[in-house]
Every structure is written in structure tokens, then in C-alpha cells.
Design a binder for this molecule. Structure first.
Ligand code: GLP
Length: 241
């Protein structure tokens, strides 16, 4: 794993943009695996700025997102499909028909997981962007998720519900379940770009980089990936220095 430690969130976002930019420039029809959460917002801002200022085009780019809350769809401003549109897709020239995310409102949830897995089979990510949960989760793969998992429905951990409640009016509104790509789907990406900032991620970052490779800390599986780059700020890197 390549580890890049930078000063702060701004620098992390810029460095992440450089990594992303290389993929997009080298392959204008690349498949980008994208993530939600507050961590990648700065990366997306840099992509938007570059699109507006330098004309980088996303017309042929395809995307697959990691996860979506079960029960929410694009009409909910807490849904991840809404997040992707407002933080990236609506500000670049991407064709929305080329963007993919699990359908949170699917009534047959297993069928939806099967559909997404079939899609991922034919859309290998040229790059997969990841954040990390404070408990070491990636996407919504909570501690204990098998490394061989593919897209599935998950019961969110109490710590995740608490962490993510800041985005909702109250903790009661946070969905208790979500669709998520599995760890095997993530590991299948050609390149992984994982981002972390802030002191509350320091323990998870330690497990990611220096801990034992264990299903108890899902992100640790990335130690086995042949091309994984971690960009993190000093606060998140405090325990690995
Ligand atoms: C959520 C998402 C993850 C994300 C994590 C961290 O649970 N499913 O993909 O990495 O939160 O979020 P944040 O970047 O807001 O700290």
C-alpha cells in the first residue's frame, strides 16, 4: 500500500484529484468507482473545478457507486443518489445514464443485489474511491463481513448509525439497513484510492495500514490489494507515523 500523508483536508483533496485525474486522462471511458460521505467532497470539488476550467470531459465515463441506504431513493436528499448528483454529477458533463448505484427503493432486495453484482462483473472499476468508517468499515461493510462478500444488504452497526446521524434531522431518521458492494467487488478494482482525514479516523487508519488483516477491520483487506493508495491528513495518520 502506498501511503501519502498530507497536512490537511485541502491537501488530501488535491492529492486525491491528481490520482483520479491521471486515470481519467489516460482512459476517457474509464469506470470510476465512487463513494459518498464527507471525505470525498473535496475531491469532487476539484473534479468540478477542473472540468469547468480545463474542459476535462466525463461524457464517456461510467460510474458505479459503493452503497445506498435501503428505503431511500433520489427524492430523498439523504440518499446517496441525491448526494452524487448534488456533489458531482450535476456539475460535470457526465451522462446520468452511465451512472450506477443500488436502487434503495427496490422491493425485491436480493434481486437488486443480483442485478448490481451482474453489472459489476462487466464493469471493472479502473479506480475505486473509498472513505473509511471510524470502525474500519469500507462502503457499508461492517466489522465481521467476509472478505469474499459481494453486493448485499447489511444491518448498519450502532457506531455507523451514530456517525452518520449528523447528516439527518435526528438519529431516528437514519436508515438501519443499506445496500453495499461487498469486499470482493471492491478488491476487484484495478486501483483503490482510500482517503481519510481527522483524528476520529486515526484508529481505523492504523488498522488499515499496520493492523492484522482481519474481517474485524474490513479496510485491512486492502493490504492485499496490488495497487492501493492511501491519502490521509496528519490527524488521521497520527498512529501510523
Ligand atoms: C459511510 C459510507 C462510507 C464512508 C463512511 C465515512 O458509512 N457508507 O462509504 O466512507 O461513511 O464517512 P465520512 O467520509 O463522512 O467520514
Amino acid at each position: 500500500m502506498k501511503v501519502i500523508i498530507v497536512k490537511d483536508y485541502e491537501e488530501m483533496s488535491l492529492k486525491a484529484f491528481e490520482v483520479m485525474s491521471e486515470v481519467v486522462k489516460n482512459k476517457p471511458d474509464a469506470v470510476l468507482g465512487l463513494a459518498t460521505g464527507s471525505t470525498p467532497i473535496g475531491l469532487y470539488k476539484n473534479m468540478i473545478k477542473d472540468h469547468k476550467e480545463n474542459g476535462t470531459s466525463y461524457k464517456q465515463i461510467k460510474t458505479v457507486n459503493l452503497d445506498e441506504y435501503a428505503g431511500l431513493d433520489y427524492s430523498s436528499d439523504q440518499s446517496y443518489v441525491y448526494f452524487m448528483r448534488s456533489n458531482l454529477f450535476d456539475h460535470i458533463d457526465i451522462d446520468l445514464a452511465n451512472t450506477n448505484i443500488e436502487n434503495g427503493k427496490a422491493t425485491d432486495r436480493q434481486k437488486e443485489c443480483d442485478r448490481y453484482n451482474a453489472l459489476l462483473e462487466v464493469m471493472q472499476q479502473d479506480i475505486q474511491v473509498l472513505g473509511i468508517g471510524s470502525n474500519g468499515h469500507i462502503a457499508f461493510n461492517e466489522p465481521g463481513t467476509p472478505f469474499g462478500s459481494v453486493t448485499h444488504i447489511v444491518d448498519l452497526a450502532e457506531s455507523t448509525i451514530k456517525d452518520n446521524s449528523r447528516m439527518f434531522a435526528s438519529i431516528d431518521e437514519v436508515p438501519r439497513q443499506a445496500f453495499t458492494m461487498g469486499l470482493k467487488n471492491i478488491m476487484n478494482a484495478k486501483k483503490v484510492l482510500i482517503l481519510a482525514n481527522g483524528a476520529n479516523k486515526a484508529k481505523a487508519v492504523y488498522g488499515l495500514v499496520k493492523g492484522e488483516v482481519t474481517e474485524n477491520l474490513p479496510a485491512s483487506v486492502l493490504q492485499l490489494h496490488p495497487d492501493c493508495v492511501l491519502v490521509c491528513d496528519e490527524a488521521a495518520a497520527s498512529l501510523i507515523k
